[in-house]
Design a binder for this molecule. Structure first.
Ligand code: NAP
Length: 219
């Protein structure tokens, strides 16, 4: 496949959220690299996703190699591994964009996390040479994985200090079938993480699958 779309790495792409995003972007014609601590596990997930889509464009690599080969990396590791995973790919992300999907909210006891946002923590850890964008924290894995031929019924709030990088991720989200909005700087991302706490509480209370949708903005 030859195209001018950025190559996307999904670091920790063997879990729940990562494969959902990978399916959407691979289907939209992006080359997607699944990352894992274990290269074999990454390859196995890539094989499953290719089989599901009837493609060969999804590859599996160790996290650092995936980040090295990609233009844009998306972090979807379990929350507790946030710092360790970033440390393991730090040098590979130099000069690139890191999209942080981390929502530091527990399903069993959903509460808003404390500032600074996970995205700000990532930016501090990675340093100024990497542009961090926080996005996808409210997009349920289950919504990404079903009805691949239809848009995802949720909006994506994209926070970044670098507006150009933020707009690139807005474009990426929209290519994956989501509606996305730039929503301010990285410090705002703690509010987006907190919305996850609201959604979990509401979905438990109403036994629903509520997501976020913005009205009143013409794009
Ligand atoms: N699940 C959702 O619906 C959802 C929605 C929005 C945002 N998110 C966010 O997306 C992120 C991932 O969520 P998830 O539900 O996909 O998590 P998950 O399935 O529990 O785990 C994702 C991946 O994290 C990696 N991992 C586990 N321990 C690690 C460690 N010590 N160091 C490095 N990597 C480690 C594993 O990959 P390997 O073992 O292959 O390395 C695992 O497949 C979280 O930050 C979450 O807040 C999730």
């Amino acid at each position: 496949m030859s195209n001018d779309k950025p190559v996307i790495a999904i670091l920790g792409g063997t879990g729940k959220e990562g494969p959902g995003l990978a399916l959407r972007w691979a289907r939209a014609g992006y080359k997607v690299l699944i990352g894992s601590r274990d290269e074999e596990r990454a390859r196995a997930t890539a094989t499953e996703l290719n089989a599901q889509l009837g493609l060969t464009s999804v590859e599996g690599h160790a996290n650092a190699e995936a980040a090295r080969l990609a233009d844009i990396s998306v972090l979807t590791v379990v929350q507790s591994a946030h710092a360790a995973a970033l440390e393991s790919v730090k040098s590979a992300l130099e000069g690139k964009i890191l999209v942080d999907a981390t929502a530091r909210v527990e399903f069993a006891d959903p509460r808003p996390p404390e500032s600074p946002s996970a995205g700000r923590l990532a930016q501090n850890l990675l340093g100024a040479g990497t542009r961090v964008v926080a996005a996808f924290q409210n997009v349920p894995a289950s919504a990404l994985k079903k009805n691949l031929d239809q848009p995802v019924k949720t909006d994506v709030l994209v926070c970044a200090d670098d507006v150009v990088a933020g707009e690139m991720v807005v474009e990426l989200a929209e290519a994956g079938g989501m509606t996305a909005y730039y929503a301010g700087g990285l410090d705002n991302a703690v509010v987006v993480e907190g919305i996850t706490a609201l959604l979990i509480a509401m979905n438990k209370h109403y036994r629903g699958h509520g997501t976020v949708q913005i009205t009143g903005i013409q794009k």
